[in-house]
Design a protein around this ligand. Structure first.
Ligand SMILES: [Zn+2]
Length: 278
């Protein structure tokens, strides 16, 4: 089984993660820029962070045969500081030139404050101006429905936005349909305690199919586990999905979305049955 982990915060994890992921079939990870657990005060701190995820992490992943890609952004929590957002946005185009960068993300809303909304809009426009893919975080459960609706409303104001180039992440049962119906890609994030479980993700895949669907584990500095993704693979296999369907969900769909960025060079895989074993 070949697996792509499309949302993974490597800087918060140890090399043992990479090793175990490699042994379980993970061939590539993509690392969005996110919150460090505290609000950073200086734009330069972001630039060093971008350096870490665009230059250092690919070398660490490569030691285990895993490709590493990244996204750059000011996350929703720190977008509460408009001066910081402006200063970081001014530097971001430099990173778009890096061969491992996939686009602008994760951006979006946390509590849907005016500053967050302004920072979100500013970064959507930045992505459009530089022809970048967009990865959007949706808020945690207590504001999930409202925050997702608000996210869709804000996106509607960008008439030149190609919705197939936008991935809205952390969808759940009550938000997945509105995201898919509007023409965006939807991501399900599997956490051991919060967000989604492998079983619930498998239910949603059964209900809605997997056209424009991505599954990921996030895995960051909080209670999280990259192998919730493999649990979901196992659950889907238990429910009778065949090898091609598993590859389509867990390898080929990330390739289909991410290959809209020219830096992504991993192709979808088609199962060819071995005539000697059939
Ligand atoms: Zn994240």
């Amino acid at each position: 089984m070949f697996i792509i982990q499309p949302h993974y915060h490597a800087i918060a994890r140890t090399a043992q993660d990479y090793e175990r992921m490699a042994m379980s079939g993970v061939v590539a990870v993509a690392e969005p820029a996110f919150w460090a657990g505290f609000d950073r005060d200086y734009p330069e701190t972001f630039l060093d962070y971008f350096k870490q995820i665009t230059e250092f992490e690919p070398t660490r992943a490569a030691q285990y045969g895993i490709r590493h890609f990244s996204w750059v952004a000011v996350n929703p929590k720190e977008a509460e500081n408009p001066e910081l957002t402006d200063a970081v946005c001014a530097e971001m185009p430099k990173y778009f030139k890096n061969k491992n960068v996939l686009g602008v993300g994760e951006i979006g809303l946390h509590k849907s404050t005016p500053n967050e909304i302004a920072g979100f809009e500013q970064q959507i426009q930045l992505a459009l101006d530089h022809d970048q893919l967009i990865l959007i975080h949706t808020p945690h459960l207590n504001d999930k429905l409202h925050g997702t609706k608000k996210t869709l409303e804000i996106l509607e104001n960008f008439s030149d936005l190609d919705r197939k180039r936008v991935w809205i992440d952390h969808v759940e049962e009550h938000t997945v349909k509105m995201v898919l119906d509007a023409g965006y890609w939807a991501g399900m994030t599997l956490y051991p305690q919060t967000k989604m479980t492998g079983e619930r993700a498998a239910d949603i895949l059964e209900m809605y199919g997997w056209d424009r669907m991505l599954v990921n584990s996030s895995a960051d500095w909080g209670p999280s586990d990259p192998f919730t993704l493999q649990e979901c693979v196992m659950e889907c296999r238990r429910r009778g999905l065949d090898r091609q369907e598993l590859l389509d969900i867990f390898h080929n769909n990330p390739c289909r979305f991410l290959s809209q960025c020219p830096n992504w060079d991993i192709a979808p895989i088609k199962v060819v049955d071995d005539p000697l074993t059939t």
